[in-house]
Design a binder for this molecule. Structure first.
Ligand SMILES: [Mg+2]
Length: 399
């Protein structure tokens, strides 16, 4: 039996939340901007009226103002966004516990088992929209389909405040004419490569066939083919069912956005310092370093890497984390927060050093160990702030 999957997307989320607190925003073109006192701050979200002027998320304030002189600039209130996101999630939870968040303002819901209680997918979508509008004060667009990819296309298809059903019967008519860039994870470079071989629409992908797509883009090509033809069938995965990990982590939202490698290094070293100090005080080491990076739109990306040797030292964790980040995100773009986590935790001594024949590796580790143990004892005597790594001084990051 087909599943019923919903994708719910809060419309102009940041702007909508600001409008709840300041209803006059509803009648003027308005944009929520990072660092509004600085004309180089960027547009994080805009309302429908601002959209009409062609104002785009990500452009700088002065560019936006040039398109619309009367544009009202609002400051972001991240606490409230988290808060509203949680309230919307609580309403979802009354319909199903199979909820997979995708960013702060989007979620997939598997409501297959809820239909006896609440009606079919469209009825559930409509009632969710109505309740969120009434109880939270913002609007959502909902896509209803038999898989996650088409559900997501559906929530994009018509907005704001709309339900779009993409079924086995209508998906070819609805989805095939859409540009291929509308497909989940078809980014700009993938789209450009496909355009070069004459593939412009989702229908073109289906027409090309699995083999040709694979030839063009490798494994990603096959995945895109499955997306286009409705063969995608990944489950809606609630976050809390993920394998529970014993970990030591530290995350921080910075006083200003981080831009560039120096900023990132300073932040990561400060975070790794806390993580490693805590691990040493617990008497544990980690075998994997995980990093999560959040941008000003609250989109989070994360990655982890297994270490060659287990460690409880700042230097090992920080170097790995910086290396992961530079491979994970475009470091010239602003970063709002970073989390560094030591995973695969075990008791010190239990793991043992992996046999290595490089003596300089041993002496390097010994030196690191001596230095970091010394820092611990200084901190224990004089307090945590008594020793600060040079890179995090004067960076203005609030760390
Ligand atoms: Mg949204």
């Amino acid at each position: 039996m087909d599943r019923t999957v919903l994708h719910c997307d809060c419309n102009s989320f940041f702007a909508s939340v600001e409008t709840v607190f300041n209803p006059s925003y509803a009648n003027v073109p308005m944009a929520v901007c990072g660092s509004p006192e600085d004309r180089h701050g960027i547009v994080l979200a805009k309302n429908e009226l601002a959209k009409k002027y062609g104002i785009k998320t990500g452009e700088v304030i002065w560019q936006a103002k040039r398109k619309c002189h009367s544009l009202v600039i609002a400051q972001p209130h991240y606490r409230e966004y988290e808060n509203f996101s949680r309230r919307v999630g609580e309403i979802f939870y009354q319909y199903t516990d199979l909820i997979e968040p995708f960013g702060i303002d989007e979620s997939w819901l598997d409501v297959t088992a809820s239909k006896n209680l609440f009606g079919d997918g469209k009825q559930i979508a409509d009632s969710l929209r109505e309740r969120i509008r009434r109880e939270v004060g913002i609007t959502v667009s909902v896509g209803v389909s038999f898989n996650k990819v088409f559900a997501k296309l559906g929530s994009d298809y018509k907005k704001p405040d709309a339900t779009t059903v993409i079924s086995r019967a209508n998906f070819k008519n609805m989805v095939y004419p859409l540009p291929v860039s509308d497909l989940l994870f078809a980014g700009r470079s993938t789209t450009a490569r496909l355009n070069r071989i004459g593939i412009y629409t989702v229908g073109d992908v289906a027409q090309a066939g699995r083999r040709a797509m694979e030839d063009a883009l490798g494994k990603n090509g096959a995945t895109l083919y499955d997306y286009a033809t409705g063969a995608e069938c990944s489950p809606v995965t609630p976050v809390n069912t993920e394998r529970e990990i014993k970990s030591v982590g530290n995350g921080i939202t910075f006083r200003r956005d981080l831009v560039g490698l120096d900023d990132i290094r300073a932040a990561v070293w400060a975070l790794s310092d806390t993580v490693s100090t805590r691990m040493r005080s617990y008497g544990v080491v980690c075998g994997t370093v995980a990093v999560a990076v959040r941008d000003p739109y609250l989109k989070t990306v994360s990655r982890q890497r297994k270490l060659r040797n287990t460690t409880c030292y700042c230097k090992d964790i920080a170097n790995t984390a910086v290396d992961i980040i530079t491979g994970l995100v475009d470091i010239s773009k602003p970063i709002r927060s970073i989390t560094v986590t030591g995973m695969d935790i075990c008791r010190e001594g239990q793991a043992g050093l992996q046999q290595t024949f490089f003596t300089d590796e041993f002496s390097r580790r010994e030196k690191t160990e001596k230095l970091e143990r010394a820092l611990d004892s200084i901190r224990a005597r004089f307090g945590g702030d008594s020793v600060t790594r040079a890179s995090s001084v004067n960076s203005g990051l609030g760390i």
